[in-house]
Unconditional design. Sequence first.
Length: 875
Amino acid sequence: MARLSLHSSSSSCSSSSSSLSSSSTSTSSSSSSSSSTSTSSSSSSTSTSSSSSLTSSTLTSSSTSSTSSTSTSSSSSSTSTSTSSTTSSSKSSSSTTFTTSTKPSSTTSSTTSTSTNSVPTAGCADFWLDKIKHQGFAPFAGTGYQVYRNVKDYGAKGDGVTDDTAAINKAISDGSRCGPGCTGSTKTPALVYFPSGTYKVSKPIINYYYTQLIGNPGCPPVLKATANFNDRWLLDSNPYQSTGKLAWGATNVFWRQVANFVIDITDVPSNIEIAGIHWPSSQSTSLTNIVFRASQAKTNNKHQGLFIEEGSGGYIGDLAFYGGAQAMYIGNQQFTMRNIKVSKAKTAIYQIWSWGWTYSGVSISDCEVGFDFSPITNGSPAVGSITILDSDISNTPVGITYGNTAATDTKIVANNFIFENLKLSNVPTAIRGPKGATVLAGSTGQTTIAAWGRGHSYTPSSTGPKSFEGPITPNSRPASLLSSSGAYYAHSKPQYETVPVSEFLSARAAGAKGDGTTDDTAALNALFAKAAAANKIVFLDFGLYLVTSTLRIPANSRITGESFPILLSSGSFFASASAPKPLVQVGAPGETGRVEWSNTILSTRGSQPGAILLEYNLAAPAGSPSGLWDVHVRVGGFAGSDLQLAQCAKTPDTLATTANPACVAAFMSVHVTKSAGGVYMENCWVWVADHDIEEGADNQQISVFAGRGLFVEGAQGPVWLVGSSVEHHQLYEYQFVGARDVFMGQIQTETAYYQPNPDAAVPFAAEEKYSDPVYAKGESGWGLRVVDSKGLVVYGAGLYSFFDNYDVTCSNVGEGARCQKRIFSVEGESQVRVYNLNTVGTNKMVTVDGVDVARYEDNIDGFVHSIALFEAGTA
C-alpha cells in the first residue's frame, strides 16, 4: 500500500447537537429506474438520499442511501500523490422478529471480571455496555490486562470543569499497549468507554493501536477543547514524531473505531489552527455517530472538523459538522463516506487528494462551497476520481468546484467525476470548473442532477477511450437495492442502546474461554442457538475462540463483539482442500430470516486448506435485509495464527512451483451461496496478511496462501457491499457468478504480493464446482471477475497490483504498469456498470470475454490509471 506523508495547514469545523442517528428504511418492492436526463428543475423540493432534521439536542438522520468504498491495500510499497509530499511503502424459517436501534455501533472490548458503576448524567439512560460484566481475555497481553476500561475509573470527571486530559490518556495507554514507537500489535486490544458528560481537554488525546473509543450513543459525551488548547488536533489518532513521520505508517493503521461523541473546539479562538480529529488510517477503521462543533467566524477562521492526509481507507459514516473553515480537510487513497451532514462551514468538504472516493447520503447546507476538488500537486490535479450519489446541497452559492489555474500538466486524466441523484436547492452554480467558469448552472430554486460526469468511458466494443463531460444516463437501479425513497438502501450498525443489559448473553459466561487453547466450538454453538431462540443478543467478550468444527449462526441471531474477538479455526476438520468446510455458517441452505452481526474477526490457525471462513446461506424476507458490520476476515500475520514471519517468511529469490504447506491457510474467505439473499455488508475487510503485524517483526512481508476471496454465487439478491475490501488471495479477490442485484461502493483489492512466484494456479487447483477461473502459466489472480451476472452497479473500484514477486518497481510511474497483465474480467451474459475504476500496476484495465478493452497508457492519472465509466450489457 502506498504510504503518503502530508503536512498541511487547515482550519476547523464546528458542529452542534449531541447525537447522530441513522435509521434505515425498508427496501422498495417497486421497480425504479433513473431517467437519462442530467438535470431537471422543479419548484418543489425533493427528498434526498439522506434526509435529516436537526433539533437542539439530537440530529436524527434517516439514511436511505447506501455507499461503498474500497479500502486499499495493507502494506504495499507503491507511491501515491498527495498535496504536499509523496513517499513510498506499501437454515428453518424463523417467525420471530426483532427490533433494533439504527444508531451506528462500535466494538466493545473487555478483560476485567468486574462491571463498572459509573453514574449516568442526569437525563441520560444507562448504556448496556457500561453495565455488562466485563471479562474479555487477551491471552498474549499478560496477567491482569484489562481490555475494557472506563475513563472515570482513571480519574476523569466529565463535569465540564476539570481538565480530564491526563486521565483519558492514561485510560487509553494503560497496560503496556502499542503506542507511538510500536509498529503494531494485536496483543493488547482496548475498548475505552466514555460515560455521558463534558470532558475538558487541554492537550491532544492520543489514540493507540487496536483501540476503540466508545461513548454512550443515547447521550454522547462531549470532548471539549479548552480555550488555551494550543495544538493541531484534539483527538490525534496518529501523532507526528520528532522525525516528522507519523507514529504508525498510515497504510498499516487497522482495527480502530471512534463512535458516539461530540467533538467541540468552539472555545478555541477561531484564528488558531486546530482540527477535531486527525485520522490518517486504513482498512477496518471507522468514525461513526460523531458531531463536530467548530467556530462559525466569517473571517480568519482556521478551524477544521476532520483532518485526513494519508492512508488507505476505509469507512466513515453518520457524522454531523457545524462550522469551520473546512468541515472536512481530507485525502487518502480511497474511502467510503455515508450519511454526512455539514452546515455553516465555509467549505464543507475540501478534498486534498484521492485515488477514488465515494460519497453517499451527504447533506450540505448554508456553506459557501459544497465540494472543493481543486487542489494540485507538482502542477497536476491531486484529486483523482470522485463519486457522489443520493446527496443534496442547499443554500450554498457553489455546489462543486474543480480545476486550478496553476495546473501545468494538462495530459493527466484526473478529476474523474460521476454525480448521480444529486439534489440542489438554492445553489446558483452547480459545478464550477477551471478559471471559475460555470460548467453546470444551478438555480435559486430546486434542481436535480440525475447523472453528470467527466473522464473516459468504455464499452466492450471500444477501441479506445471516449472523453466526455456532461450529462450521462444514470444507472438503472435494481428495485431490490432501493429504499422507499428511490435511494440505495443503507443501515447503520446497531448499538442496541435502548436494550437493557439483561437481554445480552456473554460468551464467556456461557462457558467459552477465548484463551486460544480451549476448544470453544460446543459452547459457542449452544450459545448461538439459545440466544436466537430466546431473542437475546450474543456478546462476544474479547478473546481468541478456538473452533474445531463449524459454528452455526441461525436466523434471528444478533451478535456483537468486544474489541474484535477472533473466531479461530483449527485442526483436521478444516484440513482437506478436496472437502472444504465453513468455519462459520450463517443459516443453512434454504433457511430464511435475518441476522445482525458486528465487530468480529474470522481467522485460521496454521495450515487450514479446507477452511471456508464464512459461508452465508440465509435469505432475508423482502424489505428486511440482514446486516454484517465490521465483520472482518484476517488470515495470518498475527499472534496465535501460527502464520507469521517465523513460519511464512517470503521467498522471492526461490523459484516457487508449490506453496509452503504450513502456510496454506484457507480454501476461501467468504462464500455468499445460491440460496442467500438480502445481505448488507458494511466496512468488512477480507485480508490475507501480506506482512507480520506484531511488534518486533517490523511489518516484514510474509507469504500466506488462501485460494479464493469473496464469492457471490448465483445469489438471488439483493447484496450490498459498502466500503468493502478484499486482498491477497490466489485465484481472485471478488468473483460474481450468476449473481443478481449487487451494489458495490468503492470496492478495493490488492493482488497477492508473491504472484507470479508462484502464479495463480498454485496452490489450489481450479475447480468447476466453484466456477474457478483457469489461468495460463505465469498469470496473477483477478481483482474483480463478473460472470453471467445482472444488475451489478459499482460506485467506485480500486483494483491494485503493486508487486511482481515482491518487487515494487513494476508499479512505479513510468515502468509500464507491468506487475500484472489483467485485473478485471467480464464474461458471458453479464450486465455491469462501473463508475470510477482505478487500477495500479496493471497493463490492461478491462477484459471482456478474453479481449482486452482498456489499456493503462490511455488513462494515466499520476500513479493510478482511471476510467470514469465502463458499462457492459443492458439491464
